[in-house]
Design a protein around this ligand. Sequence first.
Ligand code: CO
Length: 216
Amino acid sequence: MKRLAHLFENNRHWANAVKARDPAFFETLARQQSPEYLWIGCSDSRVPANEIVNLLPGELFVHRNVANVVVHSDLNCLSVIQYAVEVLKVKHIIVCGHYRCGGVAAAMEGFGHGLVDNWLGHIRDVEERHHLQIEGIQSPMAQLDRMCELNVIEQVANVCSTTVAGSAWAAGSPLTVHGWIYDVGDGLLRDLGICVSDQEELRNEYAKAVESVARN
Ligand code: CO
Protein backbone atom coordinates (compact mmCIF):
# COMPACT_ATOMS: atom_id res chain seq x y z
CA MET A 1 0.00 0.00 0.00
CA LYS A 2 2.84 2.35 0.91
CA ARG A 3 4.12 2.26 -2.68
CA LEU A 4 0.63 2.62 -4.15
CA ALA A 5 0.83 -0.64 -6.12
CA HIS A 6 -2.90 -0.48 -6.85
CA LEU A 7 -2.39 2.66 -8.92
CA PHE A 8 0.27 0.93 -11.05
CA GLU A 9 -2.13 -1.98 -11.43
CA ASN A 10 -4.86 0.46 -12.55
CA ASN A 11 -2.40 2.00 -14.99
CA ARG A 12 -1.57 -1.36 -16.60
CA HIS A 13 -5.28 -2.13 -17.01
CA TRP A 14 -5.89 1.28 -18.53
CA ALA A 15 -2.95 1.08 -20.98
CA ASN A 16 -4.03 -2.41 -22.04
CA ALA A 17 -7.61 -1.30 -22.60
CA VAL A 18 -6.49 1.66 -24.71
CA LYS A 19 -4.19 -0.59 -26.77
CA ALA A 20 -6.98 -3.13 -27.24
CA ARG A 21 -9.12 -0.40 -28.79
CA ASP A 22 -6.32 1.15 -30.84
CA PRO A 23 -3.04 -0.83 -31.04
CA ALA A 24 -1.06 2.13 -32.47
CA PHE A 25 -2.42 4.69 -29.96
CA PHE A 26 0.68 5.18 -27.79
CA GLU A 27 3.16 4.92 -30.68
CA THR A 28 1.33 7.67 -32.54
CA LEU A 29 0.98 9.81 -29.42
CA ALA A 30 4.66 9.43 -28.49
CA ARG A 31 5.67 11.05 -31.80
CA GLN A 32 3.69 14.22 -31.24
CA GLN A 33 0.81 15.91 -29.46
CA SER A 34 -1.44 18.23 -31.40
CA PRO A 35 -4.23 19.38 -29.12
CA GLU A 36 -6.67 21.97 -30.39
CA TYR A 37 -7.63 23.17 -26.94
CA LEU A 38 -5.99 24.57 -23.84
CA TRP A 39 -8.03 23.97 -20.69
CA ILE A 40 -7.49 26.22 -17.69
CA GLY A 41 -9.44 24.73 -14.81
CA CYS A 42 -9.62 24.23 -11.06
CA SER A 43 -7.46 21.63 -9.30
CA ASP A 44 -10.64 20.19 -7.73
CA SER A 45 -10.54 16.38 -8.04
CA ARG A 46 -14.17 16.33 -9.20
CA VAL A 47 -13.36 18.27 -12.37
CA PRO A 48 -11.10 15.99 -14.45
CA ALA A 49 -10.57 18.02 -17.62
CA ASN A 50 -10.18 15.32 -20.30
CA GLU A 51 -12.92 13.16 -18.88
CA ILE A 52 -15.76 15.66 -18.74
CA VAL A 53 -15.33 16.64 -22.39
CA ASN A 54 -14.60 13.03 -23.37
CA LEU A 55 -11.24 13.77 -24.99
CA LEU A 56 -8.33 11.38 -25.23
CA PRO A 57 -4.73 12.00 -24.14
CA GLY A 58 -3.18 14.26 -26.75
CA GLU A 59 -6.37 16.19 -27.42
CA LEU A 60 -6.39 18.66 -24.52
CA PHE A 61 -3.50 20.70 -23.10
CA VAL A 62 -4.22 21.36 -19.44
CA HIS A 63 -3.35 23.84 -16.72
CA ARG A 64 -5.07 23.62 -13.35
CA ASN A 65 -4.71 25.61 -10.16
CA VAL A 66 -6.83 26.48 -7.15
CA ALA A 67 -9.97 28.21 -8.47
CA ASN A 68 -8.77 28.48 -12.11
CA VAL A 69 -7.09 31.84 -11.71
CA VAL A 70 -5.07 33.54 -14.46
CA VAL A 71 -2.71 36.10 -13.00
CA HIS A 72 -0.58 38.33 -15.20
CA SER A 73 2.51 37.70 -13.11
CA ASP A 74 2.11 33.91 -12.77
CA LEU A 75 4.96 32.54 -14.89
CA ASN A 76 3.60 29.02 -14.55
CA CYS A 77 0.23 29.75 -16.13
CA LEU A 78 1.67 32.25 -18.64
CA SER A 79 4.25 29.71 -19.80
CA VAL A 80 1.52 27.14 -20.35
CA ILE A 81 -0.49 29.67 -22.38
CA GLN A 82 2.56 30.67 -24.41
CA TYR A 83 3.54 27.08 -25.19
CA ALA A 84 -0.03 26.14 -26.06
CA VAL A 85 -0.57 29.09 -28.38
CA GLU A 86 2.84 29.58 -29.95
CA VAL A 87 4.15 26.01 -30.19
CA LEU A 88 1.11 23.73 -30.13
CA LYS A 89 -0.98 26.30 -32.02
CA VAL A 90 -4.15 25.64 -30.04
CA LYS A 91 -7.11 27.52 -31.47
CA HIS A 92 -9.22 27.60 -28.33
CA ILE A 93 -8.49 28.44 -24.71
CA ILE A 94 -11.22 27.29 -22.35
CA VAL A 95 -11.33 28.76 -18.85
CA CYS A 96 -13.56 26.38 -16.93
CA GLY A 97 -14.67 26.99 -13.36
CA HIS A 98 -17.12 24.97 -11.35
CA TYR A 99 -19.98 25.61 -8.96
CA ARG A 100 -19.36 25.15 -5.22
CA CYS A 101 -15.65 25.84 -5.77
CA GLY A 102 -13.85 25.54 -2.43
CA GLY A 103 -11.28 28.14 -3.48
CA VAL A 104 -13.93 30.71 -4.29
CA ALA A 105 -15.79 29.85 -1.07
CA ALA A 106 -12.61 30.31 0.98
CA ALA A 107 -11.95 33.67 -0.69
CA MET A 108 -15.48 34.80 0.21
CA GLU A 109 -14.97 33.77 3.84
CA GLY A 110 -11.99 36.12 4.10
CA PHE A 111 -8.75 35.24 5.82
CA GLY A 112 -7.70 32.37 8.09
CA HIS A 113 -6.64 29.72 5.56
CA GLY A 114 -2.90 30.36 5.68
CA LEU A 115 -0.71 30.80 2.63
CA VAL A 116 -3.49 30.15 0.13
CA ASP A 117 -5.19 33.40 1.22
CA ASN A 118 -2.54 35.24 -0.80
CA TRP A 119 -3.57 33.35 -3.93
CA LEU A 120 -7.25 33.82 -3.13
CA GLY A 121 -6.70 37.58 -3.01
CA HIS A 122 -7.26 37.52 -6.76
CA ILE A 123 -10.76 36.18 -6.15
CA ARG A 124 -11.44 38.72 -3.39
CA ASP A 125 -10.63 41.33 -6.08
CA VAL A 126 -13.32 39.78 -8.30
CA GLU A 127 -15.79 39.95 -5.40
CA GLU A 128 -14.89 43.57 -4.75
CA ARG A 129 -15.42 44.49 -8.41
CA HIS A 130 -18.88 42.90 -8.46
CA HIS A 131 -19.96 43.44 -4.85
CA LEU A 132 -23.24 45.16 -5.78
CA GLN A 133 -24.32 42.21 -7.92
CA ILE A 134 -23.28 39.68 -5.26
CA GLU A 135 -24.95 41.56 -2.41
CA GLY A 136 -28.16 41.65 -4.46
CA ILE A 137 -28.36 37.83 -4.35
CA GLN A 138 -30.15 36.44 -1.31
CA SER A 139 -28.91 32.96 -0.56
CA PRO A 140 -25.25 32.47 0.35
CA MET A 141 -25.09 29.38 -1.91
CA ALA A 142 -26.40 31.37 -4.88
CA GLN A 143 -23.89 34.10 -4.06
CA LEU A 144 -21.09 31.53 -4.14
CA ASP A 145 -22.27 30.07 -7.44
CA ARG A 146 -22.51 33.50 -9.05
CA MET A 147 -19.03 34.31 -7.76
CA CYS A 148 -17.80 31.08 -9.41
CA GLU A 149 -19.27 32.35 -12.69
CA LEU A 150 -17.92 35.88 -12.34
CA ASN A 151 -14.49 34.49 -11.49
CA VAL A 152 -14.44 32.61 -14.81
CA ILE A 153 -15.51 35.74 -16.70
CA GLU A 154 -12.72 37.76 -15.07
CA GLN A 155 -10.14 35.07 -15.83
CA VAL A 156 -11.22 34.99 -19.48
CA ALA A 157 -10.56 38.74 -19.57
CA ASN A 158 -7.16 38.12 -17.99
CA VAL A 159 -6.27 35.54 -20.65
CA CYS A 160 -7.30 38.00 -23.36
CA SER A 161 -5.01 40.70 -22.01
CA THR A 162 -1.89 38.53 -21.85
CA THR A 163 0.91 39.41 -24.28
CA VAL A 164 0.51 35.92 -25.75
CA ALA A 165 -3.12 36.41 -26.77
CA GLY A 166 -2.39 39.97 -27.94
CA SER A 167 0.51 38.82 -30.13
CA ALA A 168 -1.50 35.93 -31.58
CA TRP A 169 -4.33 38.26 -32.54
CA ALA A 170 -1.95 40.91 -33.90
CA ALA A 171 -0.42 38.21 -36.13
CA GLY A 172 -3.86 37.17 -37.36
CA SER A 173 -3.73 33.71 -35.73
CA PRO A 174 -7.13 32.20 -34.99
CA LEU A 175 -7.56 32.10 -31.21
CA THR A 176 -10.81 32.09 -29.28
CA VAL A 177 -11.08 32.31 -25.49
CA HIS A 178 -14.14 30.73 -23.86
CA GLY A 179 -15.65 30.91 -20.37
CA TRP A 180 -17.41 27.78 -19.14
CA ILE A 181 -18.62 26.44 -15.83
CA TYR A 182 -19.08 22.86 -14.71
CA ASP A 183 -21.69 21.63 -12.27
CA VAL A 184 -20.31 18.86 -10.08
CA GLY A 185 -23.92 18.07 -9.12
CA ASP A 186 -25.08 16.97 -12.59
CA GLY A 187 -21.86 16.53 -14.59
CA LEU A 188 -22.86 19.19 -17.10
CA LEU A 189 -20.97 22.12 -18.57
CA ARG A 190 -22.54 25.52 -19.20
CA ASP A 191 -21.29 28.24 -21.49
CA LEU A 192 -21.10 31.57 -19.66
CA GLY A 193 -21.68 33.53 -22.86
CA ILE A 194 -18.20 35.03 -23.10
CA CYS A 195 -16.41 34.04 -26.28
CA VAL A 196 -13.59 36.30 -27.46
CA SER A 197 -11.81 36.03 -30.81
CA ASP A 198 -10.02 39.35 -30.89
CA GLN A 199 -9.10 42.24 -28.61
CA GLU A 200 -12.03 44.39 -29.78
CA GLU A 201 -14.61 41.76 -28.84
CA LEU A 202 -13.50 41.57 -25.24
CA ARG A 203 -15.29 44.62 -23.88
CA ASN A 204 -18.73 43.69 -25.27
CA GLU A 205 -18.47 40.00 -24.49
CA TYR A 206 -17.32 40.77 -20.96
CA ALA A 207 -20.15 43.26 -20.33
CA LYS A 208 -22.75 40.87 -21.73
CA ALA A 209 -21.54 37.95 -19.60
CA VAL A 210 -21.36 40.02 -16.41
CA GLU A 211 -24.98 41.15 -16.93
CA SER A 212 -26.42 37.72 -17.69
CA VAL A 213 -26.90 34.73 -15.41
CA ALA A 214 -26.08 31.30 -16.80
CA ARG A 215 -28.02 29.28 -14.27
CA ASN A 216 -31.54 30.07 -13.08
CO1 CO B 1 -12.58 24.70 -7.36
